[in-house]
Design a protein around this ligand. Sequence first.
Ligand code: SAM
Length: 227
Amino acid sequence: MTTLTSYPFALLLDRLFDAAEASSPATSPAFAHVSSEERARLMRSKTEYRDFYGQLKDFPLAVSRETGQLLYMLARSTGARTIVEFGTSFGISTLHLAAALRDNGGGRVITSEFEPSKVARARENLTAGGLIDLVEIREGDALQTLSVDLPDRIDLLLLDGAKALYPEILSLVESRLRPGAFIVADNADYSPDYLAIVRAPSKGYMSTPFGGDVELSMRLGECPPMF
Ligand SMILES: C[S@@+](CC[C@H](N)C(=O)[O-])C[C@H]1O[C@@H](n2cnc3c(N)ncnc32)[C@H](O)[C@@H]1O
């Protein structure tokens, strides 16, 4: 048995995913006037992300169920204790990460979100899932909130906020990533600069596209014993 599959946690996740799948900006009348080209441009913008995500504040925009499971498995298999997440939204991915920490015996997820209403929703969901004690939600722009007070060693990084900022967020965290740490970057195709870093042999990562939505990368270096 895992926290992820336990009752009533699994029901909570199922309900949140059902709601997320039923509420996509792509099919919402509120976004019918925004062309797919304009959406793609906004997804890549380094200057308009605050306004763009403000318009999306009522949408969960969650990772897929498969990516959620992948996050749980990576965090479990590496015995993760410290996890950083860029982009909390309603906390669906955070629930998977914190569930893995619970099953690993404890730890901390530091997650960042600038929409106050989303921070409140995430807090509610993590409380309902019984995992809020493992999560520190930093409210504000991650460029600031993840630039201070990070643990010395980070075992896993999830990049799922504004895509254009992936290189900047990686550079804030990079020196603390332990050798063997995984970085999961959702929809990284919108960030060619990020892909250029993690795929360059000289930059210290091994990286591969995975499952359609994700770029999965591993920090290279000599791995310390895990336990
Ligand atoms: C794709 S959603 C995250 C989904 C979440 N990881 C999940 O699977 O449940 C992206 C979130 O990142 C937030 N965000 C985007 N850029 C940000 C930034 N620079 N700082 C903090 N939050 C940001 C958005 O408001 C949005 O809620």
